[in-house]
Design a protein around this ligand. Structure first.
Ligand SMILES: NC(=O)c1ccc[n+]([C@@H]2O[C@H](COP(=O)([O-])OP(=O)(O)OC[C@H]3O[C@@H](n4cnc5c(N)ncnc54)[C@H](OP(=O)(O)O)[C@@H]3O)[C@@H](O)[C@H]2O)c1
Length: 222
């Protein structure tokens, strides 16, 4: 049977040395022009997805600014439903931005009820420690989610790369170097042993302005 999944666009801003936040978790890399591009991209997709780490670290609203839009779905990956219930993503304009938390069978009924009371939809995917992405993708597709902007962080990006689920990358390189082995990189996780195991992408477009470079890649699948 054909594996059905939404089209996935990984979107991120990173420093010249590949960090998406400082070692203290400061993610302020984008300038206004870059933010506007990111928000434009958000208007073009059915959903945005981030990992629990990004919710806890940044407490984002994951909304859309600067453009007219019809809203979209916010998708959070949280294996034990442990993000704070007062997170902005749970409470900010749910009528425009419905939210789904994707979790595992390990999530407790008590916690599920708490989130459902806030009109959050819950999808359980898998029995392992973390959300099973291969099971999740067809479920999201069936719900009518045909395209997703994946906004990290590094741990979730790795899971998508490992499972070869990314179709396109939009990457801004911001003009500084921050260093720090504890600063989150664009892709974290275990990594592959050899280059040949890595996923290859074709460079589709390069844009540069004001010291920022925006790279657009598409997955090269043989
Ligand atoms: N510059 C940028 O463009 C940008 C964009 C986004 C984020 N960031 C930065 O990235 C940092 C957060 O990154 P992070 O790596 O710490 O966290 P993350 O990738 O946002 O979230 C990772 C967490 O998601 C949960 N998860 C559930 N299922 C998963 C799966 N199948 N695969 C992977 N994770 C899964 C796991 O926690 P549980 O197991 O507990 O569920 C995991 O620890 C923040 O500092 C943020 O500012 C930067």
């Amino acid at each position: 049977m054909k594996f059905e999944k939404p089209y996935i666009i990984l979107s991120a801003a990173m420093t010249i040395d590949g960090k998406i936040a400082s070692k203290k978790g400061d993610p302020e890399l984008s300038d206004l022009i870059d933010w506007k591009h990111v928000h434009k991209l958000r208007t073009d997709v059915d959903a945005i997805m981030v990992g629990k780490g990004t919710i806890i670290q940044d407490d984002p609203k994951l909304h859309i600014k600067y453009y007219n839009h019809n809203g979209y779905t916010r998708i959070i990956l949280d294996s034990n439903l442990s993000i704070p219930i007062d997170s902005q993503v749970i409470n900010y304009k749910p009528e425009i931005y419905p939210t789904i938390i994707c979790t595992t069978e390990n999530a407790t009924e008590v916690r599920i009820k708490e989130f459902k009371k806030r009109n959050i939809s819950i999808i359980k995917s898998g029995h392992d420690k973390q959300v099973d992405l291969l099971k999740l993708m067809p479920i999201l597709k069936k719900k009518g989610i045909n395209s997703i902007i994946l906004e990290g962080g590094g741990t979730l990006n790795w899971s998508f790369i490992k499972n070869d689920l990314i179709d396109e990358i939009r990457l801004t390189i911001a003009p500084w170097i921050i260093g720090g082995k504890d600063a989150t990189s664009l892709v974290e996780g275990k990594g592959f042993d050899k280059m040949i195991e890595g996923k290859r992408f074709n460079l589709i477009n390069v844009n540069n302005r004001d010291n920022y470079v925006v790279l657009n890649y598409k997955r090269k699948r043989e």
